[in-house]
Design a protein around this ligand. Structure first.
Ligand SMILES: NC(=O)c1ccc[n+]([C@@H]2O[C@H](COP(=O)([O-])OP(=O)(O)OC[C@H]3O[C@@H](n4cnc5c(N)ncnc54)[C@H](O)[C@@H]3O)[C@@H](O)[C@H]2O)c1
Length: 272
């Protein structure tokens, strides 16, 4: 989709971080924007930021883990904006706990948002996107869609699953007007670490405050830069969008050392 001007884009998880900056940057490209989240206060702040760019915006309270709410979101966006051209399935959370000790409730909470939210968003918006000359589905995975670290099994498993799901969708859509992108950000300065359900750090020794502090240090890319990179990928119809130098380095290392790199990550993170 070379031109975003006068298109309609929907973004989930838009009350904070990457989702918020995607909404703002899409507005600057001339898009109408439909934003959703479960955090009403943050969503209203994003709405004001988008409005200040002169764009038409609608805000929707949507829990992406709730299938009915996501389908209603798609119907409401199409009704309010007269159609929809782009869906960005961005909402995501994390939980830090070992496989041995994690509660199924936390595992399912994360999968509901990070995996099922992406599936619901893709399927609910697809019929609307097909009605437009061009449509684009953007699913946010992570570097954890191809690398892993200890005490993050639900997050890694869900992000690997998003990659697999999105690649199959891309194959199935190849003869249609729909383009599909899978995004793999490295460390992005957002609230994700502050918002996580925290039990144990990868090396079992750090508190959540320590983890947040370290995350803020190593996450080099701003949410604004991440949004710009994703939008540039949409405009180039890129199927795979890596965000940040760290994502490129990790991608390269997993190709050269596919087995060794798993051990290296365990050693690096296992010591906190
Ligand atoms: N920050 C990073 O380093 C990083 C790296 C790779 C991938 N990602 C992915 O990027 C996406 C955005 O994360 P972020 O870093 O901006 O985090 P963030 O915590 O700043 O924003 C996530 C947003 O998702 C919303 N959300 C949480 N649960 C929801 C639900 N059930 N329904 C709807 N919205 C919900 C939150 O309210 C929040 O506004 C996520 O999918 C995340 O996994 C982030």
């Amino acid at each position: 989709m070379k031109e975003l001007r006068n298109k309609v884009a929907a973004v989930t998880g838009a009350a904070s971080g990457i989702g918020r900056m995607l909404a703002v940057k899409l507005a600057e490209e001339g898009c109408e924007v439909a934003i959703s989240d479960i955090n009403e206060e943050g969503l209203n702040e994003t709405k004001e930021m988008v409005e200040s760019r002169g764009a038409k915006v609608s805000a929707h309270m949507v829990d992406v883990a709730d299938r009915e709410q996501v389908y209603r979101f798609a119907d409401d966006v199409a009704a309010h904006h007269g159609g929809v051209d782009v869906i960005i399935n961005n909402a995501g959370v994390t939980v830090a706990e070992s496989v041995e000790d994690i509660k199924y409730e936390d595992f399912e909470w994360l999968f509901g948002i990070n995996f099922w939210g992406v599936v619901y968003g893709s399927k609910a918006f697809l019929p609307y996107l097909k009605k437009r000359p061009e449509g684009h589905i953007v699913n946010i995975s992570s570097v954890n869609g191809f690398i892993t670290w200890p005490n993050h099994s639900p997050y890694c498993a869900a992000k690997f699953a998003v990659k697999g799901f999105t690649e199959v969708l891309l194959q199935e859509m190849r003869e249609t007007n729909i383009r599909v992108s899978c995004v793999h950000p490295g460390g992005i300065k957002t609230n994700i670490a502050r918002n996580m359900r925290f039990y144990k750090s990868p090396g079992n020794q750090m508190s959540q405050e320590d983890v947040v502090e370290r995350f803020d240090k190593i996450a080099k890319t701003t949410a604004e830069k991440a949004a710009e990179k994703i939008i540039s990928g949409i405009k180039k119809d890129k199927r795979r969008i890596l965000v940040g130098l760290d994502a490129h380095i990790m991608d390269w290392l997993t190709r050269i050392f596919p087995v060794q790199f798993v051990k290296v990550m365990a050693a690096a993170f296992g010591r906190d």
